[in-house]
Design a protein around this ligand. Structure first.
Ligand code: GLP
Length: 235
């Protein structure tokens, strides 16, 4: 299986390429969009906002959410999605895991049912520096659905810049599993910057291993990867 790789100059161009994939998917009848947070998809979301694409009949399902942050906490993924997309491009229905659920196991089950009832046509992904996707950290079993995650120190460190101090950085999350991600009909992964270059190389050229979660995408028949030159520099 071959991933389709598009190398662009910078993330502004990458955003445009990503936008075209959303546009095409919509044209071809896609109805359920798997969405991601992080800085990576922002340029694609900006182009979606600037376009006349209409998602008011579509469904969105987000990858993950921190445990313990409420939707109005400006570091929650719920808040992020409203800020960067939903406030300007509303969907008919937008799902995110509820990080405040009293019973996290039950919430994970509920979320799996949402995904099962709404098979994802196009899933957009960023890439963690250690090769994680969603919050599926290295070593995550590949056959599970939505689950509770203890974040690795590398991810906590990467997120620390968004919080006043490290103690405020959530240590846990709820994430869609790799098995759920792999069921998406089309996967679009974007990665920008030199700090992603090792993960990108491992994902595309390295062994297919749970140690680098994104390498599972080598098994998917319809993956498009958009990289800037820095992220592609080790290929
Ligand atoms: C977090 C998110 C991932 C995201 C990653 C990279 O860990 N859970 O979905 O891909 O960060 O973030 P960024 O796009 O800001 O580099």
């Amino acid at each position: 299986l071959v991933m389709k790789i598009i190398v662009v100059k910078n993330e502004v161009e990458g955003g445009q390429e990503g936008f075209k994939i959303f546009e095409n998917a919509k044209k071809n009848g896609a109805h359920v969009f798997g969405l991601a947070t992080g800085s990576t998809p922002i340029t694609t979301y900006n182009d979606i906002i600037a376009s006349d694409l209409d998602f008011s009949d579509s469904i969105s399902i987000n990858l993950d959410e921190y445990i313990g942050l409420s939707a109005d906490n400006d570091q929650s993924y719920n808040y992020f999605m409203h800020e960067h997309l939903f406030n300007k491009k509303p969907f008919k229905k937008s799902y995110l895991p509820n990080g405040l659920a009293k019973d996290i196991e039950a919430e994970a089950k509920r979320y799996d049912k949402v995904i099962e009832d709404n098979p994802i046509d196009l899933q957009i992904l960023g890439l963690g520096r250690n090769g994680h996707i969603g919050f599926n950290e290295p070593g995550t079993p590949r056959n599970i659905g939505t689950h509770r995650v203890s974040l690795t120190q590398s991810t906590i460190d990467a997120n620390a810049r968004f919080f006043a101090n490290e103690d405020d950085v959530p240590k846990e999350a709820l994430s869609m599993g790799l098995a759920s991600i792999m069921k998406s009909k089309h996967i679009l992964l974007e990665a920008y910057g030199a700090e992603k270059a090792d993960a990108v190389k491992g994902m595309i050229e390295g062994p297919d291993t749970p140690d680098l979660p994104a390498s599972i995408l080598q098994q998917h028949a319809n993956v498009t990867v958009i990289l800037d030159e820095a992220a592609a520099s080790k290929l």
